[in-house]
Write a protein that binds this ligand. Structure first.
Ligand code: FES
Ligand SMILES: [Fe+2]
Length: 401
């Protein structure tokens, strides 16, 4: 008799060895994929965008993964709200563009119209007993964290209380509320989303695969050399609020709280920023007065990552399109007062992480090709893949329950 979906996943999880990459089925099986969507993507806070993307009433953008689409909009009252992009008549997508500005949200199919709060305001030729008040758009939870818009599709989202308290100083220090989006790029990767996330979580591949990154970041060095550089860097900057260390990621998060992580790492030699030659590429962020030769790693929730240099910040997110395809979205942020072409050049700002993400796309795609082979077996992880191991431990706990 065929195993049920949950028995199949249980068996996969209990036979998975700690310290090894995942078994093939985790990257290919559609039941595993459906369980991940339900237990991870529909349950946790996901990074949708930044308030600077929708400054005016009616401005909106859509946020999509798997079969889902969410409209994130600035309402008449100036609030940020989110609604499912699913018409309450017969289900059509309402907003078809990725971003825009609208006075109301009108379905292109039969023209039902919703206000920016998601309430149905007009529907033609409906029966007398039809109640418009019962046909508003499905609401989606929204949280603003340092100007970043997070959404959660669960009716009972994880708490953000600890995260808000611990990260407030960091949000303020780098002026995250008032940054502006300078550029965003989407990289479609023909691979399971976990291969993309795992790749981002380890720097074992940095030296062989990212020549450009490895010339700037100490993280690409061996663990011993990196730890020594990091200790020295932290000691010389003791008491500086940029150098707090917060480890509440994955299993280290308290029950019911969303996970997060923050730390600051040294760059190499005299590098000041993540750019060609380590040269500054934009005005300093927030209230910063000088460069310290470091970069901060920030994780909010299990799937949203930020890298903060002193003069610009990047966000990364990895979203599944289907079991064997995902998207890596990278955004570049600069100080709110920076003027494109005068204070920064887009090609200089985006060079390092465009070239690095292009290389990652190729690595991840080739990884999936090998994982698809009949000869693939889970392989032993290195000492430089411990963060990835934390993610895998957390992931296995989530999909089994
Ligand atoms: S499906 Fe939207 S108005 Fe008919
Ligand atoms: Fe990489």
């Amino acid at each position: 008799m065929a195993l049920s979906q949950s028995d199949k996943i249980k068996q996969l999880v209990v036979t998975q060895q700690t310290g090894y990459s995942l078994a093939q089925a985790f990257y290919k099986d559609s039941d595993v994929y459906q369980a991940e969507i339900k237990k991870i993507f529909l349950k946790h806070w996901l990074y949708a965008g930044h308030v600077s993307q929708i400054p005016n009433i009616g401005d909106y953008f859509t946020f999509e993964f798997d079969t889902e689409s969410v409209i994130v909009v600035r309402t008449d009252a100036g609030e940020v709200k989110a609604h499912m992009n699913v018409c309450r008549h017969r289900g059509s997508r309402i907003c078809l563009e990725q971003s825009g500005s609208q006075k109301s949200l009108t379905c292109p199919y039969h023209a039902w119209s919703y206000n920016l709060d998601g309430e149905l305001i007009s529907a033609r030729n409906m029966p007398d007993d039809f109640l418009r008040s019962e046909s508003g758009l499905h609401k989606v939870n929204v949280a603003l964290l340092g100007g970043f818009i997070f959404i959660c599709l669960s009716e009972d989202p994880p708490s953000l209380a600890a995260l808000r308290q611990d990260l407030k100083q960091t949000f303020d220090l780098f002026g995250m509320h008032s940054m502006q989006l300078a550029e965003q790029k989407s990289y479609l990767i023909p691979a399971n989303w976990k291969l993309a996330v795992e790749n981002y979580q380890e720097c074992y591949h940095c030296a062989p695969s990212h020549q450009e990154f490895a010339q700037i970041h100490a993280m690409a060095k061996s663990p011993k050399v990196f730890q020594k550089a990091k200790e020295h860097f932290s000691q010389t900057n003791q008491g500086n609020p940029k150098f707090i260390e917060l480890n509440r990621y994955f299993d280290l998060a308290e029950a019911g709280q969303e996970g997060y992580q923050y730390d600051r790492n040294p760059l190499l030699r005299n590098a000041l920023s993540g750019s060609l030659g380590g040269n500054p590429v934009a005005p300093l962020l927030g209230s910063l007065q000088s460069y310290d030769g470091g970069a901060s790693e920030l994780m909010i929730g299990p799937l949203s990552y930020f890298l903060i240099y002193d003069d610009h910040m990047l966000s990364y997110r990895f979203l599944p399109v289907s079991v064997n395809e995902c998207i890596c979205d990278v955004s570049w942020f600069v100080n709110e007062s920076a003027v494109k072409g005068e204070d920064y050049q887009l090609d200089q700002l985006t060079w390092l992480w465009d070239v690095t993400t292009q290389a990652d796309k190729t690595i991840i795609m080739n990884n999936q090709k090998g994982v698809d082979s009949r000869f693939y077996q889970p392989g032993r992880l290195s000492d430089m893949e411990s963060f990835q191991q934390s993610f895998l431990n957390w992931y296995l706990q989530i999909v089994i329950n």
